[in-house]
Design a protein around this ligand. Structure first.
Ligand code: TMP
Length: 213
């Protein structure tokens, strides 16, 4: 049994999840033991796997190879960073987790949500998030935001066509329906301060329950 709390943030490109996660962490860290991390990445080995997966030159990458690399980086990140933090009673805020694989590799790339879940069971065993915030946004609006945000890394997945990004949104809606008790949807098209306040309310509710348990 883990003593900490594991919260993940999901959504398509340009949904603002990373910005909101950072603001949320700043607001909470005075009162809670917060650890902020991301996937793929968060530790040296997983950041190296991230470079391989997201390198725009690697256009020949097979979808199953991609799924396995995400699962490998997830495993290492869990063992090295997430599980030790949860064991110490920390609140881990993670930018993406297994749902991203179910959506991007399972649904959008067409491997199958169940197939990708199986591969990931080997990597994560039974460790699922306590809460997942899904930032919902229409792909055309997300892409417009990315194009305006000049300093952002442009990765191999950003170069996909709009149809792929639409599939990503459809996939997130399917995966949200599979795990309704865990995944909370926020409307990420609203202004940043109202997205932040929706997210903060949901997370604080969970933190209060966790403290009482
Ligand atoms: P980021 O833009 O949130 O840093 O995520 C990097 C990219 O990796 C993003 O396009 C989504 C993709 N991704 C997957 O396809 N599968 C996964 O399991 C994860 C964690 C990310």
């Amino acid at each position: 049994m883990t003593k900490g709390l594991f919260i993940t943030f999901e959504g398509p490109e340009g949904a603002g999840k990373t910005t909101v996660l950072q603001m949320l962490a700043e607001n909470l860290q005075a009162n809670y033991p917060i650890v902020v991390t991301r996937e793929p990445g968060g530790i040296t080995i997983a950041e190296k796997i991230r470079e391989v997966i997201l390198n725009p030159a690697h256009t020949e990458m097979d979808p199953k190879t991609e799924a396995l690399l995400y699962a490998a980086s997830r495993r290492q990140h869990l063992v090295e960073k997430v599980i030790p933090a949860l064991d110490e009673g920390k609140v881990v805020l993670c930018d993406r987790f297994v749902d991203a694989s179910l959506v991007y590799q399972g649904y959008a790339r067409g491997i199958g949500i169940n197939e990708v879940l199986e591969v990931n069971r080997f990597a994560i065993e039974n460790l699922m998030p306590d809460l997942t915030i899904y930032f919902d946004i229409r792909p055309e609006i997300g892409i417009e935001r990315i194009q305006k945000h000049k300093g952002r890394e442009v990765n191999r997945l950003d170069l996909e066509k709009i149809e792929f990004h639409q599939k990503v949104r459809d996939g997130y809606q399917l995966v949200s329906d599979l795990f309704p008790e865990r995944i909370i949807t926020v409307n990420a098209e609203l202004p940043l301060d109202s997205v932040l306040s929706q997210v903060e309310k949901t997370v604080i509710r969970q933190l209060v329950e966790w403290k009482q348990s």
